[in-house]
Structures are given as structure tokens and as C-alpha cells.
Design a protein around this ligand. Structure first.
Ligand code: AOS
Ligand code: ZN
Ligand code: ZN
Ligand code: ZN
Length: 430
């Protein structure tokens, strides 16, 4: 069974919404035609857009204070896959799932691969976890993992990452994402250079195990769980590490991992320029990390990031092939709804960025016409591309209004009966 949401239900809902969509789509087609933009070309690109679902995002998130589990939460990786299939059935933009080990407990990877195949899902980047201790773990990560002062702890963390690569090979993944919580909580606690040296030496051993065609993505984060310093605190340390390791190592940008007001789109540009942009963890935040759903607060920032990405695509920048993924904490919403919404929000930024008149923008930039350059971006950003997103979904068999169709399906109520002892991953960490 490949489809979790009944195709007939999607078709029935779409039939009701199609007449209004066609009107809006035609109106937008005429508006874009006046700007010399062929809507069909844009819709085709919208159809090709893909963003991965983080397996942990299908459970309810929480904070260190509390976690309020939702109804019918997935209890294991198989159920997380089922929820991911629902998201893809409706959005048609999320055919890949990114696992997190050992949170996603797997006894038989071949069986898991067969199951994901049966749901028409593919595997995205493998995430290792050396930021907390697991039961029966020999050496603690309390004082770090890949940069720990203890060689035994470092070796254990390296070994886990090497295992993640092995599992990823069975699943058909081609990327390992490494985020470590290593750092310090007190000035003087850690020798900055020596800690970074230890981290690099460990990463070199992991890098040496990367199969051909794989990438190693390094994720930076300025705080938490270490609150004074972290080993890979910003894109500077990130790109230095990626450059030190080699061409298969790239930097990953999680939107929530920067200091307030940091110009993330410019970081993206720098990483593109030096062929070091590995990918993204999309989310939004008011204060930090992944508190909010993508595009829920700073849609213009998200658009400006895509402006850089589309610009690189437009210039056919060498070595440009970033990976898109969501990484958010859904504390009060149904995670399936948040993930559907967020995938569409990121897709919206991409599509809007496709509308930027690039030759005109270049002209304004060369002539230092700041106002018109800015207006060129704003014109694209302010274009309501909703009909393009809806049409792209409908043409691929997805839902014109995915949230409405999801609610009509009563999927959550159905799984709530089948998954009574919901506990999520228990950690509340996302
Ligand atoms: C942690 O803050 C990072 O966002 C990582 O990507 C982490 O592995 C993931 O969010 C799960 O906690
Ligand atoms: Zn992340
Ligand atoms: Zn994060
Ligand atoms: Zn996260």
C-alpha cells in the first residue's frame, strides 16, 4: 500500500476547489505574462521542488520544562514513515525522510528499506547523535563527543558516525549530517584551539570512511547545550572544518542557529561561492533554534535566502546542489499539519524567488540603484504564488488544500486508536 490518504478523497476535494483555482491561476498567468514570465515554466519548477522531512519532526516537540504529547504520535520509525507518507501524499514535495540514530531504533535496516520503498519514500541525510548518552553507553558525552578530552569517548563517537554511514548505505542515503553539542559552559573550561583540533582529528577519521559520492554535512550552532562556547559555533568554524576535511565535506545552515540579526542570506552566498553549501535545516525563530515553523515569522528572510539559491542556479554556479530539509519543533500543533504547511512555505519562497527579474536586478546593482534593486526583490516577494503551489500539487496527485483534506481524512483520529501508548521519542529534544 503506497498511499495513506485515499486518492479518491483527494480527488473529491480537489474537484470542489478546482474551478476557483483555475480562475486564480489564469489571473496570475496573465499578470506574470505582462512581466514576460511563463507561468507554466514556473509551475514545472514548483513540481520538481523537494524538501526532506526529519523523522523526529513527526513527533510532538517540547522544551526542557515539559512536553505535551499529541494524539496518536508515531512510536517508532515505521510509524514515523507512515506519517511522512501522509505528508507526501498531500504535499507531493516531501518524498525523502531524514533519520536520526539511535533515536530511530532499527533492528533490521533491510526491512526498513523495504518498508520505505513500499511507501514510495526515499532516505535523506543520516543524522548521528553524540549529544546525549544512550543507555548502556560506555563513555559519557557530558564533556563532549568528537572533541572530548578522553580518547575513548572520541573513538566511541567516531565509531557511531561510521556505523551511521554503514546504515545509510543500506537505506540508499548519500549524506551524513554531524551536529555535536560539544562546547563549554564556563570561560576557561575548554582550550578553544585544542578542542577544535581534537574535533578535526575525529572528523578526519569519519571523513576517511565516506563512500564515493557521499557528502559529510557539518551543522553549526552557537549555543545549547553548551552556553558559553561551542566547538562549531558559527559558519566560520564550520567552513574552516569543511575546508580542512576536503571536497566531500560541506556546511549545513540551520536557520535557528545564529545570533540574532545575523545576515543568513549572505552566509549562504559565501558558502555557495566556495562550493561549501551542503544544505539547510529550515525553521523560523523569534529567540533561537527551531522554535517556530518555517516562514511563520520571517518570510522575507526565507525569500532572501532563496533569492541567493535561485541566483546560483541561474548563474549555473559550479558545485551547487544543496539539500533542503525541515528541522522544527512542533510543540502545540499536529506535526503533520506543521510539516505540510512548512514544506509549502519553503516552496513558496523558492517559487517567489524564481520570479525575480535577474537581468533587471543586475542592472540596478551595477548602476547602484538601491531603491529599484530592492523593489525588484519586493515585487517578486509580494506576488501571491498560492495558485502555482496548489496547481503543482494537484498535477502531481496532491491536494489543492492539503490541510483541509488532511482534516477531512481523519487520519490523526484513526492512528490515535492504533497508537494508544504514545510517548514520542521521549526526549522532547528536536
Ligand atoms: C540541533 O539543534 C540541531 O538542529 C540538529 O540538527 C539536531 O540533530 C536535530 O535538530 C535533532 O535534535
Ligand atoms: Zn538542525
Ligand atoms: Zn537546532
Ligand atoms: Zn533541531
Amino acid at each position: 500500500m503506497t498511499q495513506r490518504i485515499d486518492k479518491a478523497l483527494i480527488a473529491e476535494q480537489n474537484d470542489k476547489l478546482m474551478p476557483a483555482l483555475l480562475e486564480d491561476y489564469d489571473a496570475l498567468a496573465r499578470k506574470l505574462a505582462r512581466q514576460d514570465i511563463d507561468i507554466e515554466r514556473i509551475t514545472k519548477q514548483a513540481e520538481l521542488f523537494q524538501i526532506a522531512i526529519p523523522s523526529w519532526g513527526t513527533g510532538t516537540g517540547g522544551t526542557r520544562f515539559a512536553r505535551f504529547p499529541g494524539e496518536g504520535e508515531p512510536r517508532n520509525i515505521f510509524e514515523k514513515l507512515e506519517d511522512s507518507a501522509v505528508i507526501n501524499d498531500l504535499s507531493q514535495a516531501t518524498e525523502r525522510v531524514s533519520p536520526h540514530f539511535p533515536w530511530d531504533k532499527v533492528d533490521d535496516f533491510k526491512e526498513l528499506k523495504q518498508y520505505s520503498d513500499s511507501l514510495n519514500l526515499k532516505w535523506d541525510s543520516i543524522n548521528s547523535n553524540t549529544f546525549q548518552d544512550q543507555q548502556d553507553q560506555q563513555h559519557s558525552y557530558k564533556y563532549g563527543s568528537l572533541s572530548n578530552t578522553s580518547e575513548a569517548a572520541r573513538e566511541q563517537a567516531i565509531e557511531h558516525n561510521v556505523e551511521c554511514i554503514k546504515w545509510g548505505k543500506i537505506l540508499g542515503s548519500k549524506t551524513l549530517t554531524v551536529w555535536v553539542g560539544d562546547g563549554s559552559n564556563h570561560p576557561g573550561q575548554q582550550h578553544f584551539q585544542h578542542a577544535f583540533e581534537r574535533y578535526l582529528n575525529s572528523m578526519k577519521k569519519i571523513y576517511a570512511e565516506l563512500p564515493a559520492g557521499w557528502e559529510l554535512h557539518i551543522e553549526h550552532k552557537m549555543f545549547e547545550p553548551a552556553f558559553y562556547s561551542t566547538v562549531i559555533q558559527d559558519w566560520g568554524s564550520n567552513i574552516l572544518a569543511a575546508m580542512e576535511l576536503g571536497p566531500q565535506a560541506k556546511s549545513l545552515v540551520d536557520l535557528g542557529h545564529h545570533a540574532p540579526n545575523v545576515n543568513i542570506e549572505m552566509i549562504v552566498s559565501r558558502l555557495i561561492q566556495f562550493k561549501k553549501l551542503g544544505g539547510f535545516h529550515f525553521n523560523d525563530s523569534k529567540y533561537g533554534d527551531d522554535d517556530l515553523d518555517s516562514g511563520s515569522l520571517h518570510p522575507y528572510q526565507q525569500f532572501l535566502i532563496f533569492n541567493e539559491l535561485v541566483d546560483a542556479q541561474y548563474r549555473k554556479q559550479e558545485g551547487f546542489n544543496p539539500n533542503y530539509m525541515l528541522d522544527q519543533s512542533h510543540n502545540v500543533t499536529d506535526p503533520i499539519e506543521s510539516l505540510i504547511n512548512s514544506a509549502a512555505s519553503v516552496q513558496r519562497s523558492y517559487v517567489a524567488a524564481l520570479l525575480v527579474n535577474r537581468p533587471a536586478l543586475t542592472d540596478y546593482q551595477l548602476n547602484n540603484d538601491a531603491l529599484m534593486a530592492s523593489n525588484t526583490l519586493k515585487e517578486a516577494f509580494h506576488t501571491d504564488v498560492t495558485p502555482i503551489l496548489a496547481m503543482a500539487r494537484a498535477r502531481k496527485g496532491g491536494a489543492i488544500d492539503p490541510i483541509r483534506t488532511y482534516r477531512q481524512s481523519a487520519y490523526r483520529a484513526t492512528v490515535a486508536k492504533q497508537r494508544p501508548n504514545s510517548g514520542g521519542n521521549g526526549s522532547g529534544i528536536v
